[in-house]
Design a protein around this ligand. Structure first.
Ligand code: PGA
Length: 260
């Protein structure tokens, strides 16, 4: 089984209603032939709902509260996000884990809230440069994934995992295809071994410095189900170009001769 390719834009603390309308306009005429979504800052969810519903793009948020509701000043619940028609919520992005001391158990709670609200969590995992240099990539990934496995087991098939090496975020240089293949295989193995999830039952994306130049090569790797795109998703032409690369690589996959 293979999933349609998915391109998710992470606007971080950028963007505006006007920028969203511009992208919606382009998406209306281009109609990207892949699954695609924009995760916008909370105040833009309402605009996303009104302007993106006429396009093939979906929308979502970049975080949510670990609480279901109540007296938590400044937090936004998954349920409230869902009321804006959002389909996705990014959870456990490095900028949340590192900048807001989010532990794996907080990530688990957030995933639980997103699922309960009927949306799809997009969970980021990945190692820092220091951990990579200490050859700890697999042990870090295992630790991040096992927390999820312990709480959700086979229910993880409702979750999207993004392998996002921290050292590639915003630096202009994506991970090499070899590393992407290796870590994807490790994630598949870990989910299979510990949660009994067969290969191909969880969508696994790559994130970190994806742009219009490298998207085609990354998306055409076997088993890369999509990409999480930061800076390039703020440039409408680039975002649509990346969606085109996703659609192309899906078609190439279908047309590829069967081996063996
Ligand atoms: P980048 O950001 O594409 O600008 O590296 C990706 C992300 O942090 O989600």
């Amino acid at each position: 089984m293979s999933f349609p390719k998915l391109v998710v834009g992470n606007w971080k603390m950028h963007g505006s209603s006007v920028a969203l309308m511009g992208l919606a306009e382009l998406a209306r005429s281009e109609r990207p032939a892949c699954d695609a979504a924009l995760c916008v800052p909370y105040p833009l969810l309402s605009t996303a709902q009104s302007v993106l519903r006429a396009t093939t793009l979906r929308w979502g948020a970049q975080d949510c509260s670990a609480h279901a509701g109540g007296a938590h000043t400044g937090e936004v619940s998954a349920e409230l996000i869902a009321r804006f028609g959002a389909r996705y919520v990014i959870v456990g992005h490095h900028e949340r884990r590192a900048g807001h001391a989010e532990s794996d158990s907080v990530v688990v709670e957030k995933v639980r809230r997103v699922l309960a609200a009927g949306m799809t969590p997009i969970v980021c995992v990945g190692e820092t440069a220091g951990e990579r240099d200490d050859n700890e990539t697999h042990s870090i990934l295992r630790q991040q994934l096992l927390q999820l496995v312990r709480h959700f087991g086979r229910g993880l098939s409702a979750v999207i995992i993004v392998y996002q090496p921290v050292w590639t975020i915003g630096c202009g240089e994506a991970a090499t295809p070899g590393l992407i293949d290796d870590t994807r295989a490790f994630i598949v193995h870990t989910l299979g071994y510990h949660a009994g999830l067969p290969a191909g039952s969880v969508r696994i994306l790559y994130g970190g410095s994806v742009d219009r130049r490298n998207a085609g090569a990354i998306l055409s790797r076997a088993g890369v189900d999509g990409v999480l795109v930061g800076a390039a998703s703020l440039r409408p032409d680039d975002f649509i170009d990346i969606c085109r690369a996703a659609a192309r690589s899906a078609n190439e996959g279908e047309l590829a001769p069967l081996s063996g």
